[in-house]
Design a protein around this ligand. Structure first.
Ligand code: LMR
Length: 400
């Protein structure tokens, strides 16, 4: 008898971002360039092993620690340190204990646990993110059972944020809508809100009874760790409930360790304690408890002021290289007389530039030049280096 359970299945489409890496890997051309996934690469095109990580791993290897289960909510030394780093050790949120923090499988894991909690435990049914956004936001919301929508964010004509459109759309949302917001280094546009604009967003969220869920995957890639958390401090000061997903994949180059955190900011320590029990039950029935290695590395750095300073320095090197490459690409586009002005690239933040290239132009870059990017026109600046920036600029100019 034929079992028909899987017989009628059609293949799922390749992931719009990680699928780009697969195509890049399969391309035999030596001059190929990967501007797809948001992952830092050195001038030599390699994922770095940070010195501060190497030292922590050496110390861990020496310690001969056994591989026990860690708590469902994560390593306590890690969650406490991350909470202090994100909100500030002397902040009202940390001192009052009104945030519940759990270790998660990267930023994506934090988003998923937070969405499950808001949907299954708090009864939220609608979720929105910016248009455009990181594609996985919509997919995650859908998988978690939400009715999915978007709010305007990008002003293509002026290469800026469509702030009026954003506020208008947020103002039209029903109460208890989960609103995903990129707290810095907006993915994919690279355009962030000013602090005055954040104040307005906070006021709308409060007035409409919306539930902000901030996503901070790129802390440290705009102006530095503390400065990049500015929007978080504004939300903290407002006194409202909000959720925050943070990740160390990028800032520690710990992509494969899946190390992130979910913070749920409530009204009191009592509320936070109850929320923590609910988060633990969401985690337990997903993956039981998180892995230990990434948390042990990060915890060692965050809890040691000298190592923390060393990490910040290494992060600054990465941030500065990206900025240099932004300028190099924009300058080269101008030098060769590209049909369009690309100076906006230098005004964008973080790893990405939203180029305005069409899907067909992105396809031509891949087919004719072996240059891979996301079809929505996002390029990851980290894939550029002094050896390939002229080649990339010329290719972009030719597909315009
Ligand atoms: C990206 O946007 O490229 C990164 O966040 C990696 C990913 O998982 O998509």
């Amino acid at each position: 008898m034929t079992d028909t359970l899987f017989a009628g299945l059609t293949p799922a489409p390749a992931d719009p971002i990680l699928g780009v890496s697969e195509k890049f890997r399969a391309d035999p051309r030596p001059q190929k360039v990967n501007l797809g996934v948001g992952a830092y690469l050195t001038e030599e095109g390699k994922t770095p092993l940070m010195e501060v990580v190497r030292e922590a791993e050496e110390a861990l290897a020496q310690s001969g620690q056994a591989h026990t289960y860690i708590p469902i909510s994560g390593l306590p030394a890690y969650t406490a340190a991350v909470q202090k780093m994100v909100f500030g050790a002397d902040s009202e949120i940390v001192l009052s204990g009104r945030a519940a923090t759990v270790q998660t499988l990267g930023g994506t894991g934090a988003l998923k646990v937070g969405m499950d909690f808001l949907h299954h435990v708090c009864g939220e049914t609608r979720g929105v993110s910016s248009k455009p956004t990181w594609g996985n936001h919509f997919a995650l919301l859908e998988q978690a059972g939400y009715e999915v929508g978007s709010y305007r964010y990008y002003d293509a004509a002026n290469n800026d944020v469509d702030f009026n459109g954003m506020i208008e759309d947020l103002n039209a949302l029903p109460a208890k809508t989960l609103v995903i917001l990129h707290s810095c280094c907006h993915n994919p546009t690279g355009y962030d809100l000013t602090s005055e604009q954040w104040d307005e967003v906070i006021a709308v969220c409060q007035k409409r009874g919306l539930t902000p869920f901030l996503d901070m995957a790129y802390q440290g890639f705009r102006d530095g760790l503390a400065a990049d958390a500015a929007a978080i401090h504004q939300f903290a000061k407002s006194g409202m409930n909000f959720l925050l997903a943070t990740s160390f994949s990028k800032s520690f180059n710990l992509y494969g360790e899946r190390i992130g955190a979910l913070h749920v900011v409530t009204q009191s320590a009592q509320e936070a304690a109850v929320v923590l029990t609910q988060l633990k039950s969401c985690i337990r029935c997903n993956y039981s408890n998180p892995p230990a290695h990434g948390a042990r590395i990060v915890e060692r750095v965050l809890n040691d002021p000298a190592k923390f300073a060393q990490w910040e320095e290494e992060l600054a090197v990465m941030r500065n290289r990206i900025r240099t490459m932004r300028h190099a690409l924009a300058d080269e586009m101008a030098r060769i007389g590209a049909k369009r002005d690309f100076s906006f690239i230098t005004r964008q933040n973080g790893m990405f530039s939203f180029t305005g290239l069409s899907p067909e132009q992105i396809d031509r870059l891949a087919a004719d030049y072996g240059i891979y990017a996301v079809r929505n026109g996002r390029i990851c600046i980290c894939g550029l280096n002094t050896g390939n920036v002229e080649y990339v600029a010329k290719a972009i100019a030719e597909v315009l």
